[in-house]
Design a protein around this ligand. Structure first.
Ligand code: AMP
Length: 113
């Protein structure tokens, strides 16, 4: 757990969140400022700063998170959804703990803004 990391604190239950799913490796919770009718985040419990910090030592959790996204989306009945991860400030990353946004329930534009 990294000191002063918001998502480490959420994964540890120190800051309240609206849980969607949890297991020993990852935690999923609804975004506090939803950008679609369904908008949740999936994070690894261990601190990884962003996709840019994924390497051979920690990448297994990323595969696991994608399995979880598929399962949770199925359970929520989502037929179409978008998975997004922002890396760095210019791309819009505001929390420096790896997270995958899962957005669904409205038409999406492409390319994203
Ligand atoms: P990003 O801007 O891609 O780094 O995504 C961070 C996301 O975290 C944003 O969509 C925020 O709305 C969301 N967020 C920030 N604080 C919280 C919180 N306490 N609980 C749930 N979501 C949060």
């Amino acid at each position: 757990m990294k000191n002063d990391c918001l998502f480490c604190a959420i994964a540890a239950g120190e800051i309240p969140s609206s849980k969607v799913y949890e297991d020993e490796l990852c935690y999923a919770f609804y975004d506090i400022a939803p950008q679609a009718p369904v908008h949740f985040l999936v994070i690894p419990k261990d601190h990884i700063g962003s996709v840019a910090e994924v390497d051979g030592q920690n990448s297994a959790v990323v595969a696991h998170i994608f399995e979880v996204i598929a399962r949770v989306a199925r359970e929520l009945g989502l037929e179409s959804y978008r998975v997004v991860s922002n890396i760095g400030e210019q791309a819009g990353q505001s929390v420096h703990h790896l997270h995958f946004h899962v957005l669904s329930g409205r038409d999406m534009t492409w390319p994203p803004g």
